[in-house]
Design a protein around this ligand. Structure first.
Ligand code: FEO
Length: 398
């Protein structure tokens, strides 16, 4: 990627990854992803904020060299140690042996653990509100643990009103020419923010809220995350999306997640969708967990206020793709939802009860469950209608 400016003193030296099929080996990347890195040029010192994934170090270093022709980097600030950002540390140290690594105590332990870089003279340990002067620019540090790892922090430059937020405010999608939000169509990046947040950071909502609270009093013109566009024109919009997701304040809409072997449980999913639509629900997302990647299903389940889950009994368990989804939602401590469930069985009536019990263990508002035997009949259709009535009533009162 060609070098891009955020301001006269702050330039982008990140890279695009359009080759990896999965982020963290788990989450699909249909639009790629960017690993963002920034160079901050003070009148006396130069700092690099975060690195890139190791296989993209060559590309990043080429940008750095073209930007930084006198060949000096004084500091590498590490806001986050996940290897999609820290992987290039060994190459950067080899290129700039005088460069100091700035991080908190956990960061430094992780640099040593991941990359076997032990020399204590390389590190400058900072704490909450520590400041480093670059001459006419100052970097200060805000500890934001568990957004997304324990060492995560943010770096603020008060003179430029720019904050480097690590994974917070990040999104999937390579940068296709533009860098700052007002230079591009942002639809995909905004949409992918729901998937990115729910998949990667979803478990850590209270920590994200703490971080948002900590930075709320800062004057901010630009948010520079480690993935996706630099936010400027859409600061309020993206802050609201992240805050709502972190607080689990869902939007209007219902997600139906199901698995089906021969279509009978699928009939139940379709009937629920139809009954909800008849009752005025317009935003309904139906996901077949067998054929769809968990990533998008988690995103919708996180985003919307209603969730209905159904599966057949399989080897006296919940059908595995749906069980997998329920596990993912438990891990993310899902709350603030109206839920319902349905199950189908040939002879062992486990699924409906087990799904309902799993949802109950998450203390969600349960509108009820429908247990079907083998295939749809009039009695089952009546039960769906009763649960749909209750579900919509509970959504309306929410
Ligand atoms: Fe983009 Fe948690 O690393």
């Amino acid at each position: 990627m060609k070098l891009r400016k955020i301001s006269d003193n702050i330039h982008y030296v990140g890279v695009n990854d359009r080759s990896s099929m999965f982020f963290e080996g788990l989450w699909p990347l249909p639009y790629g992803v960017s690993y963002n890195s920034y160079i901050v040029k003070g009148s006396e010192k130069i700092a690099l904020i975060d690195g890139v994934e190791s296989s993209y170090a060559r590309e990043m270093i080429a940008s750095l060299k073209s930007e930084n022709k006198d060949g000096k980097i004084d500091y590498l600030v590490i806001n986050h140690m996940e290897p999609d950002h820290s992987g290039s540390i060994p190459q950067l140290i080899a290129l700039y042996p005088e460069m100091k690594i700035i991080g908190n105590s956990k960061t430094i332990q992780m640099v040593q653990g991941f990359y076997h870089i032990e020399n204590p003279d390389l590190f400058i340990e900072i704490k909450e509100n520590s400041e480093i002067s670059l001459g006419d620019l100052t970097l200060s540090f805000i500890m934001t643990p568990m957004v997304h790892w324990p060492e995560t922090m943010m770096t603020y430059c008060k003179e430029e009103k720019i904050i480097f937020t690590g994974d917070a405010f990040g999104t999937f999608g390579a940068l296709n020419g533009g860098l700052i939000d007002d230079e591009m169509e942002c639809g995909i990046y905004i949409e992918e923010m729901y998937r990115y947040y729910s998949n990667i950071v979803g478990k850590y909502g209270k920590f994200v809220l703490n971080a948002l609270n900590k930075i709320s009093s800062l004057e901010i013109d630009y948010i520079c995350p480690t993935h996706g566009p630099v936010w400027h024109s859409r600061l309020a919009e993206v802050t609201d999306i992240v805050r709502r997701l972190a607080a689990q304040e869902p939007e209007a809409g219902v997600t139906i997640v199901y698995g089906s072997m021969y279509g009978n449980t699928g009939d139940l999913a379709d009937l629920f969708a139809t009954e909800l639509n008849r009752r005025g629900i317009r935003n309904i997302k139906v996901h077949n967990a067998t054929v769809e990647n968990l990533s998008s299903i988690i995103a919708d389940a996180f985003r919307y206020e209603g969730l209905i889950v159904g599966a057949p009994t399989y080897s006296n368990e919940i059908f595995p793709p749906v069980k997998n989804f329920l596990d993912a939602m438990k891990i993310r401590e899902m709350r603030n939802k109206v839920v319902a469930s349905f199950g189908n069985h040939g002879w062992a009536p486990l699924a409906a009860k087990a799904i309902s019990a799993t949802l109950a263990s998450m203390e969600l508002d349960d509108a009820g469950t429908v247990a079907m035997k083998q295939s749809m009949n009039a009695a089952t259709a009546d039960e769906v209608s009763v649960v749909a009535d209750r579900f919509v009533e509970m959504l309306t009162k929410k």
